[in-house]
Design a protein around this ligand. Structure first.
Ligand SMILES: Nc1ncnc2c1ncn2[C@@H]1O[C@H](COP(=O)(O)OP(=O)(O)O)[C@@H](O)[C@H]1O
Ligand SMILES: [Mg+2]
Length: 256
């Protein structure tokens, strides 16, 4: 039984004009896998991630996460399922400006009613791991983009979710910060066996994962599995992207 099973999933946004964002997508994801989703703008990447996130529901088909179908849960059960099993990271961080870095990171634990001693222990452990333990008392506007994203990752990971879902996590970062963030995500994936699904248009970021799925016009177009060397994987990703076209690819060898 695969850890995540995406089975003939179709998504149509209803409106004055219906939009078929995903035609029919099927794939499996193993526990501990790190998958990137790539494809031109408008190809359905965010739609797919939102369906796995349980934020949105498929028009047809099913998504099972660890054997469970979140669509069959009641609203209150779904909120708990999401909180326990999923962690989210976004391009623009989604940190609360009025709170400190540390206060932002512990939000999931506070929502779960975890006691203060455990909260402090987990905060110390997670923030140290992500290299942000010295800035916990700082406000959001006082830290760099890379530090903000590492705080957002800490918040997503502090309750040890089974799946981390990230939509363009390096999209607002410069090349140095992107590299730091991707190395961090790769390390978490390796050490904790957290399954990760990441949407990205950055081939460098994608080269850190173990498999890339390319989507075009709401369908899976191709997939690549990483071998030993990241540099070779990166080159193969570029090759597929150049076939896919549709989007200017930001390729700077200096970043690699
Ligand atoms: N909430 C929505 N309502 C209607 N159409 C949408 C909505 N979200 C996305 N779409 C459309 O679905 C298609 C896929 O969008 P999206 O999944 O955001 O693509 P990507 O993330 O690959 O850029 C696009 O044509 C987009 O305009
Ligand atoms: Mg998108």
């Amino acid at each position: 039984m695969p850890f995540i099973k995406i089975d003939h999933v179709k998504k149509v946004y209803q409106g004055t004009v219906n939009c078929e964002a995903l035609k029919e997508v099927s794939f499996n994801m193993d526990k501990g896998e790190f998958i990137s989703i790539m494809g031109p703008s408008g190809s359905g990447k965010t739609t797919l991630l939102n369906l796995v996130s349980t934020i949105d529901t498929p028009t047809r088909g099913t998504i099972l996460i660890d054997g469970q179908n979140p669509q069959q849960l009641k609203k209150s059960e779904l909120a708990i399922f999401r909180r326990r099993n999923l962690g989210f990271v976004f391009q623009d961080f989604h940190l609360l400006e009025t709170l400190t870095i540390g206060e932002n990171i512990v939000i999931p634990l506070v929502l779960e009613g975890v006691n203060i001693t455990e909260i402090e222990q987990k905060l110390a452990f997670t923030s140290k791991r992500l290299g942000i333990d010295k800035i916990l008392d700082k406000r959001i506007h006082e830290v760099s983009g890379g530090q903000k994203q590492r705080a957002a990752i800490a918040r997503a990971m502090i309750h040890s979710p089974k799946v981390l879902l990230a939509d363009e996590p390096t999209g607002s970062l410069d090349s140095k910060a992107s590299k730091d963030v991707m190395e961090t995500i790769e390390q978490l994936n390796r050490e904790d066996e957290t399954s990760i699904m990441m949407v990205t248009h950055d081939p460098v970021a994608a080269s850190y994962c173990s498999r890339v799925l390319f989507i075009k016009d709401g369908e899976i177009y191709n997939e690549l599995v990483r071998g030993e060397r990241r540099s070779v994987f990166y080159q193969s990703i570029l090759d597929v992207l150049s076939f896919l076209g549709g989007e200017t690819i930001d390729v700077s060898q200096a970043r690699f």
